[in-house]
Ligand binder design. Structure first.
Ligand SMILES: CC(C)(COP(=O)(O)OP(=O)(O)OC[C@H]1O[C@@H](n2cnc3c(N)ncnc32)[C@H](O)[C@@H]1OP(=O)(O)O)[C@@H](O)C(=O)NCCC(=O)NCCS
Length: 138
């Protein structure tokens, strides 16, 4: 099991696994200078991924996902830990994120890594729920 930067040859496979981005969107994102995509791999299989934006010493954890059959087994922790290591390795000092207020799993995960609540955005999601803003100093 390892976390590695996404390679071009894995783009299609990842787009088939995630409901969040199409192949075209992922391909487009992967060419952006400020975007980083990391995948959690077991052999050839991708079990989850994270997508971050990096702007010098600041980063946004834009999305992190472990695919459903693999959730609740500690893999989210592993992926987040390695994602933060990669970011730290390229000089990032502060990581921001947004999480839907009812996403208790993700909130617990972020808390366990020391993310602190840093405000809210009212009615941020199509559901009408708020976004909780989180920040972590690396
Ligand atoms: C959020 C997500 C990435 C966590 O990954 P995971 O592999 O399921 O999480 P882990 O097994 O590593 O658990 C990490 C922590 O999350 C929390 N957690 C895990 N399963 C949970 C559950 N069923 N209920 C509440 N908290 C839970 C716990 O704090 C856990 O730490 P602990 O085991 O020490 O108590 C995953 O559930 C997911 O992909 N969700 C859908 C996408 C998503 O919402 N992403 C976040 C966007 S902001």
């Amino acid at each position: 099991m390892k976390v590695v930067p996404l390679k071009e040859e894995d783009l299609k496979y990842l787009s088939e696994k995630t409901d969040r981005y199409t192949f075209k969107e992922l391909k487009n994102l992967s060419t952006k200078r400020f975007v980083r995509i990391f995948v959690l791999k077991e052999e050839k299989e991708i079990l989850g991924y994270s997508l971050c934006w990096v702007f010098n010493e600041e980063a946004e954890l834009h999305w992190i996902e472990i695919f459903p059959p693999h959730r609740g087994k500690g893999l989210g922790k592993l992926l987040l830990k390695e994602t933060l290591n990669f970011l730290s390795g390229e000089g990032v000092k502060k990581v921001f994120l947004e999480v839907e207020e009812n996403n208790q799993r993700a909130i617990n995960l972020y808390r366990a890594f020391g993310f602190k609540e840093n405000g809210r955005r009212k009615n941020y999601y199509p559901s009408g729920r708020d976004a909780i803003l989180g920040v972590l100093n690396l």
